[in-house]
Design a protein around this ligand. Structure first.
Ligand code: NAP
Length: 400
């Protein structure tokens, strides 16, 4: 059983029929991002800059060159996450992210900041600094609206709050819907959630033009397989928890084989999750902290890069889209500084060896509790959670 609070939180790579190809998006200035980022690397001297210094250090670049292409859909590989992006920071952070070249913004109605993101975008569009079609905007169907009839009004609400005419990508946020027990004021997983009926309704919205492409989030292989059997419009993207401690090799391989690109959420290991878990349950359930991992730090020193750069570069080199969140300009800038170096084969192997499999999952094991009761979600059981907590305790005591 879970409480209401737990559920209110939260070159071109082409993917076509299972094949990735690489190339460059042809946009804006001819100066390569590599060159620009070389010049502006605020961590060259090993020290982080102040926010003010970072703003001065980062001249606007015209585009984020690297995109994943799935059929006709181009998804910039470096996106900007907006969970826990609090309203006072939205306007400056969104503008700053766009100014340094990020062209992909991941949103969700459950993050409760859509309106602020919409206001920020509207200002930037009105003053002519950016136009709508330069930016890839994603949204998600919330778990409390997992009924076909709800979907048109949810999408309408996205469009109104974001003040745009269309979304580039609309995903099912979580495979299990929830139903509210009004007496208890709590939500319970709805084991009857019908993915096929939901998908059909979403396909209708693509035909109407208010959504350009469809995707899934937090789905497992079995659920994707079932959906693919009846989908007329295939998902172009799977957004899932993915970081060095939870590398999801089988899921990624499966998705790529089906021509579905993968986006890593929590690519830095979501350090903000600890605060969220305290807020909802008074405990952090001991989630891991890959940013402080000694191997990651050592590899960072080798390339004169931050641990965040190593974690993000590791995923990008595997063709995985990343959407790290930060509300701090110096971090937004330094995190994006991942296109001017390449991890060598040995470093990639060392990072691959940090995978803890399902024990490395932070969200599935801590936030989405209760959904293991759904027939399609039998992967995580209580015993696994206990073992994961023990492993994380060990990890923390080794790291610090
Ligand atoms: N589909 C889903 O179910 C789902 C679930 C969760 C998240 N998401 C999406 O994925 C995005 C990314 O996930 P996330 O936000 O959970 O995790 P994340 O991007 O891995 O980590 C974000 C956290 O790391 C901190 N941070 C950022 N850069 C840092 C750096 N260089 N050094 C140290 N700390 C740093 C941020 O704090 P500051 O802001 O203070 O810098 C923030 O607390 C979300 O924002 C959201 O858009 C989707």
């Amino acid at each position: 059983m879970f409480s209401t609070a737990k559920w209110t939180s939260t070159g071109v790579v082409t993917l076509c029929e299972g094949v990735y190809t690489c190339g460059r998006r042809c946009v804006g200035s001819s100066s390569s991002k590599r060159g620009i980022l070389d010049k502006i690397n605020p961590f060259k001297d090993g020290k982080g800059p102040s926010s003010e210094a970072a703003s001065k250090a980062c001249p606007p670049v015209k585009c984020c060159d690297d995109v994943v292409k799935v059929g006709a859909v181009e998804i910039p590989m470096f996106g900007y996450g907006t969970w826990q992006l609090y309203p006072p920071y939205v306007e400056s952070s969104i503008e700053y992210a766009l100014d340094i070249g990020i062209r992909h913004i991941d949103t969700s109605i459950t993050f409760t900041n859509l309106q602020d993101i919409g206001t920020a975008l509207e200002k930037l569009f009105k003053c002519g600094k950016y136009c709508r079609d330069e930016i890839f905007l994603s949204g998600k169907l919330p778990y409390y609206n997992m009924k076909p009839d709800d979907i048109p009004k949810v999408v309408q609400s996205y469009l109104e709050q974001l003040k745009v005419d269309y979304l580039d990508l609309f995903m099912i946020h979580y495979p299990v819907g929830v139903i509210e027990d009004k007496c208890l004021g709590e939500y319970f997983p709805d084991p009857t959630t019908d993915h096929i009926a939901i998908w059909k309704e979403m396909e209708g919205l693509v035909s109407r033009g208010c959504i350009k492409s469809l995707g899934l989030s937090n789905f497992n292989i079995c659920q994707i397989q079932k959906l693919l059997q009846s989908a007329t419009i295939k998902p172009v993207n799977l957004q899932t928890e993915l970081h060095v401690y939870n590398q999801e090799c089988d899921l990624v391989k499966f998705a790529c084989g089906c021509g579905i690109s993968v986006t890593a959420y929590a690519p830095l290991g979501s350090p903000g999750l600890v605060q969220h878990l305290f807020e909802i349950s008074g405990s952090d359930n001991c989630v891991g902290y890959p940013l402080g991992n000694l191997t990651v730090e050592r590899i960072g020193r080798k390339y004169r890069k931050t641990s965040a750069n190593v974690l993000l570069r590791f995923l990008l080199q595997k063709g995985i889209i990343v959407i790290p969140k930060s509300e701090k300009p110096d971090r937004i800038c330094s995190n994006f500084n991942v296109f001017d170096f390449e991890l060598d084969g040995c470093d990639m192997e060392e990072l691959e060896a940090l995978d803890k499999g399902k024990y490395g999952k932070m969200f599935t094991n801590n936030v989405w509790q209760g959904t293991d009761k759904h027939p399609d979600c039998i992967e995580i059981v209580a015993e696994d959670r206990r073992q994961q907590t023990q492993l994380n305790h060990l990890e923390e005591s080794r790291t610090f």
